[in-house]
Design a protein around this ligand. Structure first.
Ligand code: 4AD
Ligand code: MG
Length: 462
């Protein structure tokens, strides 16, 4: 007999049907007449209740049916008298596939703190919270591909190992086959990277943007969606050393088109979650954050507020609120400033544009004022920056000048400059931090809790 998954079984429950269910025991309780076993197979947050009539089963026979054990249950689907469930399984046979010693299995019935669960990251997918988060994570990844596919974008795989520093920020993980203790050395005594695997120094990518631009100059509208790596030592609830980024890049788009796309895309994703993950979202809403569903609905229904960096700075200087970091034109906004604009001032998502050139990357298009660039950051409630993007500098001479000013080696970037040498067009793109999106959609407070195996300073256990 073929196994049926619990989500399929609950979707069209046919009373009287013979079923075979496999999963993990969440709880067992009962009396001398009947035992109730809640089984979860991960296909949905909902458990299926298995009812064992103790005239058919013995205590000894059910001894190994304990929290965490894996079981295979054969039985008949019947209407349930119990609260909160429509059907249950009247068991005919229960087989324990793998035991879980109650003395040592860490996930007992009682709730565990998220901090504790982070220490047993290999077991936490078996909790309701992480089951919900991982299913939502999957749904969002699927929705991202669906959105772009529907809109004529092509999915491009950009390299993980690269020789370029796309952001020019230098927060990169080195990739090398040289002996770190005793590398071959040049006559000057520095490590000799010509001996390295690629014959030069390389690193893990911080962004697929530059390669994305190359492909947008041929296919018009593309996106990347892959892991990116940053060695910034920021121990915050918003940063990971390894995170996934979604980077669309579009030829013939100006900044306004870029903003329109970002807004439509984010609204689509949030709406998709509401439509396709109602049970998981309801659980997270009830468990952690009673305003989650309202907040998601609000984003779907309301336009984002668009304003320039300069306008935002003026608002922040006038604000009654005391900030830890002082705001003045030319400095980068801190998360406290971003959140003030979103949560206190406008009370809706915000898109800030036209930042000072000195606090942004070399590839952003310079405005006629020669001071600001055509950047855009999308700021979200509870998160701060969820998207960073810009219109790109498409003028060869201006781009070279910016690179010289910022000490970016022109020779090594010759391949990139070719996009401006040959058939250059106005183009734009942005990067959505996938885990930042998930923070918003799930309402979780820490980015380490929306990725299965988080990587952060002093933590990479397996
Ligand atoms: O603003 P960032 O650094 O922009 C870029 O990398 C551009 N190349 C994107 C582009 O235009 N194609 O990063 C983009 C987004 C941020 O808005 C944030 O959501 C996320 O990536 N992000 C991080 N997420 C988790 N941990 C980190 N350490 C992150 N750094 C950036
Ligand atoms: Mg940014």
């Amino acid at each position: 007999m073929k196994r049926i998954k619990v989500n399929a079984l609950l979707k069209t429950p046919a009373s009287g049907q013979e079923v075979l269910v496999k999963g993990w025991v969440r709880t067992k309780r009962g009396n001398k007449y009947v035992t109730f076993i809640a089984v979860n197979d991960g296909s949905t947050i909902n458990n299926i209740q298995v009812v064992a009539d103790m005239t058919l089963f013995t205590d000894e026979g059910l001894r190994d049916v304990t929290t965490g054990a894996s079981v295979s249950v054969l039985g008949t689907l019947v209407e349930s008298q119990g609260k909160g469930q429509t059907v249950e399984i009247q068991a005919k046979a229960i087989e324990v596939l793998g035991t879980a010693d109650p003395e040592t299995y860490p996930l007992q019935k009682k709730g565990h703190s998220l901090e504790f669960l982070r220490e047993i990251a290999h077991l936490r997918p078996r909790t309701n919270t992480f089951g919900a988060v991982l299913r939502i994570r999957h749904a969002m990844a699927y929705a991202i591909h669906r959105y772009f596919n529907h809109n004529g974008f092509f999915y491009i795989h950009t390299p993980i190992i690269t020789a370029s520093d796309a952001e020019g920020a230098g927060q990169m993980f080195r990739v090398t086959t040289l002996d770190p203790i005793n590398p071959p050395r040049t006559d000057e005594g520095t490590p000799d990277f010509s001996e390295d695997f690629f014959g030069r120094s390389t690193n893990l990518t911080v962004s697929g943007q530059l390669e994305g631009e190359v492909c947008a100059m041929a296919l018009s509208e593309i996106y990347t969606f892959g892991p990116t790596f940053r060695a910034e030592n920021s121990n915050t609830s918003r940063h990971l050393a390894e995170f996934w980024m979604v980077e669309p890049e579009m030829a013939f788009y100006e900044l306004e088109d870029n903003m329109d796309l970002a807004e439509d895309f984010l609204r689509y994703l949030v709406r998709y979650a509401l439509d396709h993950c109602p049970d998981d979202l309801q659980f997270l809403n009830d468990m952690y954050d009673k305003e989650l569903l309202d907040r998601l609905a609000f984003v779907v229904e309301n336009d984002f507020q668009r304003l320039t960096y300069s306008e935002a700075v003026a608002i922040l200087i006038d604000a009654k609120q005391k900030f830890e970091y002082k705001v003045e034109w030319g400095t980068d906004l801190q998360s406290e400033h971003e959140r003030y604009l979103v949560e206190k001032h406008f009370k809706k998502p915000v898109i800030l544009t036209n930042y000072p050139k000195d606090i942004k990357s070399f590839y952003m298009k310079l405005n006629d004022d020669n001071q600001t660039v055509r950047a855009m950051d999308v700021l979200f409630p509870g998160i701060g920056e969820i998207i960073g993007g810009s219109q790109r500098e498409d003028n060869y001479e201006k781009l070279v000048k910016r690179m010289q000013e910022m000490h970016i080696p022109e020779k090594e970037m010759s391949w990139y400059l070719d996009t401006r040498r040959f058939g250059s067009v106005p183009h734009s793109g942005f990067g959505l931090g996938f885990e930042r999106l998930l923070l918003f959609v799930t309402g979780m407070g820490n980015i380490r809790d929306v990725i299965p195996f988080p990587r952060y300073p002093k933590s990479a256990d397996f």
